[in-house]
Ligand binder design. Structure first.
Ligand code: TYM
Length: 332
């Protein structure tokens, strides 16, 4: 089976609907067909200031949501990035192969550091895509399923793989980005020009997996819609309604055209009421299951330890080869 790999940050108290539809749902499907490696990237999370106790809890909460959402540790490898030290070890080698200008061109760094100001943005935030390249290349995957926002980072990992192979001999598989479908890209409910993101200005634009169903329903019903009354998918003219249709389609599995036909002549309110039901009935069992898992943190930690063990077996082989090729003296 071909290998794929992906990761998600433990950077909020709950995953949001964008993470769920854009990543988790795809991961769940892909573990059936691929040798899938999934990680919770806590090393990436500390590129911006974190509260230690909160970070540890968010790592568990993220793991619980993966499992509750159908990630099955018997079908894939699920682990926490900091449990596998090879990530930072390979990242150092790749840091030394990356040009300063090349790293400076990463648009996500530019956006995030602009928000923080260049004096407070950390060097870790700057080298973040290189750590991501290490995450990927250690496992020699063929595909990296991510959203469009991560395309540039996967490109960098391809460039670094090729550069290393060229300089030191064939070592890394050059991975491909598997970019999710357009309909899996979820926008903010209050500001449909922006992607749904935990760093949004208002929490009302977010649907969180672990929120109370009443909050979820209320946020959908108060989502920003557009002028006019027609329920039609048109991202330029009707970004709000289009986002609701995309969510509807992703959850129901119905094509957008079929949903448009169903709601012909109906009002935005009808669509919102039905969508709220659909979202709540999808998320409620996941929320309940995640809460059950979180009630037994020792068992959760045990599952993650098993995952880390499986991951290390692969990562150690790659790192050992890299160290040898770079010219590091083997310890005796
Ligand atoms: P992160 O944690 O920001 O996002 C995880 C995944 O969710 C996707 N995503 C979305 N999809 C649809 N709609 C949205 N509104 C939305 N918001 C986020 C992202 O595209 C991503 O696929 N740097 C990565 C984590 C990472 C990683 C890796 C990924 C670290 N190492 C190795 C792949 C391989 C990140 O911050 O993702």
């Amino acid at each position: 089976r071909a290998r794929i790999l992906s990761g998600m940050q433990p950077s909020a108290d709950s995953l949001h609907l964008g993470n769920y539809l854009g990543a988790l749902v795809q991961w769940r499907a892909m573990q059936e067909e691929y040798d899938a490696v999934y990680m919770i990237v806590d090393l990436h999370a500390i590129t911006v200031p974190q509260d230690p106790g909160v970070l540890a809890q968010r790592t568990r909460v993220t793991a619980a949501q993966y499992l509750a959402g159908g990630i099955d540790v018997d079908k894939c490898t699920l682990f926490v990035q900091s449990h596998v030290p090879e990530h930072t070890q390979l990242a150092w080698v790749l840091n030394c192969l990356t040009g300063f200008g090349e790293a400076s061109r990463m648009t996500q760094f530019k956006d995030k550091s602009l928000k923080q100001g260049s004096d407070t943005a950390s060097v870790g935030l700057f080298t973040y895509p290189i750590l991501q390249a290490a995450d990927i290349l250690l496992y020699q995957p063929e595909g990296v399923p991510v959203g469009e926002d991560q395309r540039q980072h996967v490109e960098l990992s391809r460039d670094l793989a090729q550069r290393f192979n060229h300089r030191f001999g064939e070592t890394f598989v050059v991975p491909q980005a598997f970019i999710q479908k357009e309909s899996a890209k979820i926008q903010d409910l209050q500001n449909p020009a922006a992607k749904m993101s935990k760093s949004a200005e208002s929490p009302n634009g977010l649907i969180n997996l672990l929120d109370d169903p009443k909050v979820t329903a209320k946020r959908i019903k108060s989502a920003v819609t557009d002028d006019g009354t027609e329920i039609r998918y048109d991202k330029a003219e009707k970004p709000g309604v289009s986002n609701l249709l995309a969510i509807y389609s992703a959850l129901s599995g119905k094509p957008i055209a079929a949903i448009e036909a169903e709601y012909q002549g109906k009002m935005y309110g009808h669509l919102k009421v039905d969508l709220a039901d659909l979202v709540v009935s999808e998320l409620a069992p996941i929320r309940a299951r995640a809460q059950e898992l979180l009630a037994d943190p020792a068992e959760l930690d045990r599952l993650l330890a098993v995952g880390a063990q499986k991951a290390r077996e692969v990562a150690a082989v790659t790192l050992e080869e890299v160290y040898r090729k770079v010219g590091f003296l083997a310890p005796v």
